[in-house]
Design a protein around this ligand. Structure first.
Ligand code: KG4
Ligand code: ZN
Length: 354
């Protein structure tokens, strides 16, 4: 049996988990900072790294004690190396390096997006489909379409050229006066609204498998808010500032139409890519994969198995990092102790060296 302690601090959750054989969750602790960031309407990097530093020791301690094991029973320590906020990543990386030094355990620096993909290996009932698999990773920071040709072998075939899908949910949520994060709030509002009340356009992109959501956000702003005068625009220049909601607008309808348009774009492009690349199954992962409409539409549109993680593994966690690390470890990969954080790191780049 291979048992790995995994640590994740790339954004606003301080997380640690103990995973055996890449699929058994022995503990999975997530300390969320959402309440700290809500007042800013988004993740405030400086606040995030301080909160990670305060929480990390207790979170890792709890992951070990809930798993009921000792450091001597571990085979490796894994940590998210990137992509993410550098100040946040460094807290996890330095803690993991310290642990590896003190225990002599091998250390693995793992790609966060690869972690999201491997959240499926932890899904109840998941049976590894034959490759190639098409992964749609949609979160607050990323929207990527990645072809997984084998364990650890990726080809990035598309992604967002501006806002990530979750970022669009969060920005539209803020526009509609909903609390942060906007995704779950918009889903709730949309369930009470009529998606046909508005028709929001989705921008075309030059890249065949790319997404663009900033135009959609602007269309929502035009439909739902009082448009500022030319003089106000000059004065404020801020995209979302100075835009009060129109009194006659039904927020639930706007949320429903927005969610409809965004999920439609994701589903159409994913279906096209799945056919063009002969994918044998589709893996939906990342925070936005919690969205019910997206799950339903994707499953209905594809003639292929569509795997989605359980809700508690959609948003950031360390269990998924442990699962990804298991397959890396099995392939003989180990990081040097002096590796650095990588703020941006696309899947498909051959960077699993050192
Ligand atoms: O994966 P994640 O925890 O963090 C990143 O790696 O970015 O994703 C967080 C994102 C947020 O933008 C949040 O609004 C979105 O996932 N989200 C949702 C839902 N639940 C979370 N978006 C749409 N519908 C949901 N039910
Ligand atoms: Zn994430």
């Amino acid at each position: 049996m291979t048992t790995i302690l995994a640590i994740e601090t790339s954004c606003d959750e301080t997380a640690a988990a103990v995973i055996s054989d890449g699929s058994v969750i022995r503990s999975n602790i997530v300390a969320s900072q959402i309440d700290l960031h809500a007042q800013y309407g988004g993740v405030f990097p400086e606040v995030a790294s301080r909160a990670h530093a305060e929480a990390i020791s207790a979170v890792v301690g709890r992951a070990m004690s809930e798993a009921g094991i000792d450091y001597a029973e571990l085979d490796a320590v894994a940590v998210t190396r990137g992509p993410g906020l550098v100040g946040s990543l460094l807290v996890g990386i330095n803690f993991a390096k310290g642990l590896a030094l003190a225990t002599g355990l091998p250390l693995l620096g793992i790609n966060h997006l690869e972690g999201h993909i491997y959240s499926l290996w932890l899904a109840p009932g998941f049976v590894e489909p034959p490759f190639p698999l098409l992964a749609l990773i949609v979160s607050g920071g990323h929207s990527e379409l990645v072809l997984m040709k084998a364990h650890g072998v990726y080809q990035r075939i598309g992604g967002t050229i501006d806002d990530a899908a979750g970022e669009a949910f969060d920005k539209v949520g803020r526009l509609l006066g909903l609390p942060f994060p906007g995704g779950p709030e918009i889903q709730r509002a949309a369930e009470k609204g009529d998606p046909r009340a508005f028709t929001f356009p989705i921008a075309r992109t030059d890249g065949e498998y790319d997404f663009s959501f900033s135009g959609l956000k602007t269309a929502v702003m035009r439909a739902a808010t009082v448009q500022p005068t030319g003089r106000q625009i000059k004065r404020e220049r801020g995209e979302e500032r100075g835009s009060a909601l129109r009194e006659d607008v039904n927020i639930n309808d706007v949320a429903a139409a927005f969610q409809q348009a965004l999920t439609e774009a994701l589903v159409k492009t994913t279906c096209r890519a799945a056919a063009d690349f002969d994918a044998r199954a589709v893996l939906l992962a990342g925070g936005v994969s919690a969205n019910r409409l997206l799950r339903e539409k994707l499953a209905a549109a594809l003639d292929l198995p569509v795997w989605t993680p359980p809700l508690y593994l959609c948003t950031d966690n360390a269990a998924m990092i442990g699962a990804a690390a298991h397959f890396r470890f099995r392939a003989g990969f180990c990081s040097a102790l002096d590796f650095e954080a990588r703020a941006s790191w696309r899947l498909g780049e051959a960077v699993y060296v050192g």
